[in-house]
Ligand binder design. Structure first.
Ligand SMILES: [Zn+2]
Length: 331
């Protein structure tokens, strides 16, 4: 049933279509490089892909056929790859309906900013940053119960005209694509007009030069500052489950061993984490945790005294997420 449909199947599993077009060498969608990756002959029929880095004599899976390609891409064993495939093809007794189980968000779909806008936001972020003098920075840090160093790493600044702290939002490569505003009195959130919703992270520590073991994902800029304060490699999303495309692109670039989503302890937080988890599972293994009962988010958790050892322990105990069968035929 899969023969002749491998392109459609592997794209549905999240491999960018451009990576499967033609037989010429190109960057590997999993490990990068320049020309190490290509579909093999009769790709639509057999689904075989070869990356000279990911596949070799002792790798598991080796390069072989479409099922090996699925195992490689999803990072699962043969049984799980076959479950996904049979579900996609509708090979389940009584329910012959193909369905896509993984919510895939292409990193390419980001709306775009003009070059002028990019330069404007980059400059704006620098100017705002320079407005926040050391004393004021200390006060903002104390109020939020995060470290001044975390604010510096996120290039937090001050906008006198908005009477708000400023938090640059980045694309997956660390370019400023918008600026979040936070009123220190009311905690009301806005963004500078024309902003795109982007990520909060320290572009220097996520340049890709140093390998990242666990990449932590939290909701919002202040939660991000909180986990930075206790020494974790963390990225903040603009809202629960938001900017999934950018997080996927960032994770693809950094290739951490594991992704840990810290969901806010409410329904919206958990639903967002599940959506994000489905999109990220194709990049690395994912765990989802929440703060203990009575603590609403990561920042409150850090404020309550959790350190990196304590929070790592909670993540260790959380199950590794599996591809979820949303109303799937097998349930
Ligand atoms: Zn590769």
């Amino acid at each position: 049933m899969a023969r002749g449909r491998w392109r459609e199947i592997l794209v549905a599993a999240g491999i960018p279509a451009v990576a499967l077009d033609g037989l010429k060498g190109r960057p590997c969608p999993r490990c990068g490089g320049k020309d190490r990756f290509a579909p093999l002959k009769d790709f639509d029929q057999r689904g075989a892909l070869l990356c000279r880095h990911c596949h070799h004599g002792s790798s598991d899976p080796r390069c072989g056929d479409g099922i090996a390609a699925l195992r490689w891409w999803l990072g699962v064993d043969t049984a799980a790859a076959l479950r996904w495939l049979s579900s996609f093809l509708g090979v389940v007794p009584g329910a012959h309906v193909p369905r896509v189980l993984v919510t895939v968000v292409s990193p390419q779909v980001t709306r775009s900013l003009s070059d002028d806008d990019r330069r404007r936001f980059e400059l704006m972020a620098r100017v705002f940053r320079a407005n926040l003098k050391t004393d004021a920075e200390r006060k903002v840090a104390d109020d939020l119960r995060v470290s001044p160093d975390a604010l510096r790493r996120l290039s937090v600044g001050w906008s006198p005209s908005h009477c708000a702290t400023t938090w640059p939002m980045l694309d997956a490569d660390g370019n400023v694509i918008g600026i979040r505003l936070r009123c220190p009195r009311t905690a009301r959130k806005r963004a500078v007009v024309g902003s795109m919703a982007g990520l909060f992270f320290d572009p220097d520590s996520m340049s890709g030069d140093d390998p990242i073991d666990r990449l932590w994902i939290v909701e919002g800029p202040t939660d991000c500052a909180a986990l930075l304060s206790i020494g974790l490699d963390v990225v903040g999303v603009p809202s629960a489950g938001g900017a999934a495309d950018l997080v996927v692109a960032l994770a693809r670039r950094l290739l951490p061993r594991e992704l840990v989503i810290v969901a806010d302890g409410d329904d919206a937080g958990w639903r967002g984490a599940e959506r994000l988890s489905d999109a990220l599972m194709i990049v690395a293994q994912v765990r989802v945790i929440t703060p203990p009962p009575g603590i609403k988010d990561s920042r409150a958790w850090v404020g309550a005294g959790v350190d990196s050892v304590g929070i790592e322990r909670v993540a260790d105990a959380a199950p590794i997420r599996r591809i979820s069968l949303h109303g799937g035929a097998s349930s």
